[in-house]
Ligand binder design. Sequence first.
Ligand code: NAP
Length: 467
Amino acid sequence: MSGAIPHELGRAAVIGGGPSGFYAADQLLKAGFGVDVLEALPTPFGLVRAGVAPDHPKIKSVTRVYETTANHPGFRLFGGVRFGRDVSRRELRERYCAVVYATGALSAQRLDIPGEERTGSHPATDFVGWYNGHPDFTLRSFDLSCERAAVVGNGNVALDLARMLVQDPAGLAATDIADHALDALRRARIREVVVLGRRGPAQAAFTTPELRALGDLAGVDVLVDAADLELDEHSAAWLAECGDANARQNLQVLREYAARAPRGHDRRIHLRFRCAPLALDGEQPDGPVTGMRIARTAICRDADGRLCAMRTDAEEVIDCGLVLRSIGYRGQALPGVPFDADRGVIPNDAGRVLTEDGRAVVGEYVVGWIKRGPSGVIGTNKRDAAETVAKVLEDAEAGRLGPTVHQDASVERWLRSRAPALVTWAGWRAIDDHETSLGARHGRPRVKLVDRAALLTVAATTAGATR
Ligand code: NAP
């Protein structure tokens, strides 16, 4: 079938098969382009497969939308192809009329405090990749033998981590959590997770449904100190004048938690505010973490009017044997592609890639977290992709995009020469069938293959299928 489909506007390459890549692909296909999605992993769907917590299956059901995109005759998936290693920017520009970067933001921000690298301190990205069976994180190990863990950060990822650490693993056994993580969580001794926000409750980044869901966890008490919810003058004024609905609703839920008498469960999530990490302590200079030194903070306004955390002299140590740093993701530079190292994004004007000195690069575009930074929910990427694809179309209509000179079949042959274990959509379908039928035997949505070689072996059963 490949090579036989007319694409009125040429064929575009989308680099990255996560949500933003799929939304961009969908809109490009609808506009009349053919689309090849090049993905480094053997599996598509990015953070929907490797980021969304296993106990949130509804969020994962968005993959049905991406399957509809993949059914378009102009769509092709090439998994197992790494940009910069297997194919270069120049080579793609020679073969595609447009290249759209959709590589997300996979690295972790750093706290930059003493002791950050101690054993037992990990970026959230590693823990999330591990429990979700991302092949790059399968071999990580986490010592879950301590009773108290600390999670730094007040975003939705921090709440995901808290839930995953304290909930009864029996419930997780019915999800698509990676088997190695389920085994480890069954053996875990963690009884309390302290979640630390450096600013106050009105500035928390988590969304109210996620906050509310903590209170529904069976066998878990959610603890909030009423004193932590007393609003400083700046937060009170902000809430009264312009505060958003999410902040107001979060406060309401937090007040409900603070008023609740603990039910005496042996597992707890303690939400604390105005606590900034100062250092991770241990008994030996390079020994495992035994505690986190924090400074209590006060909310102040900075020169731009933003409410920020200012350290006070009050300090304390939270005893803990595991620290997860959940302070946001960060985009990585792609070889040869302009990059704004301060923001961790590809510089762009509404999706058109810009050179470091601000000139538009004809034929190169960007979508998703690598375009705007790591913010928003999955659906945010749909609007974001629409903005970028509008720019692709504008350039196509103005005749600024070169013609696609290579045949679809020759591009596929070239990709296979660079990445012999390439996974097409048919290969992914074989993996999907394999995982879901394993899952069906155990009452689970799927049992994930977590090892690259195993994924490639199953995908190879479809060798010869081009879509
Ligand atoms: P996030 O929402 O940006 O939250 C990052 C948190 O880290 C903020 O509370 C921030 O505090 C804190 N932080 C940053 N630097 C810090 C430092 N040096 N010390 C202490 N705290 C620090 O990021 P995220 O949780 O990684 O989530 C990323 C995106 O994915 C968000 O848009 C999120 O909503 C989305 N997501 C959604 C779901 C869902 O819908 N279920 C699940 C997971 C993720 P400040 O505000 O003070 O900077």
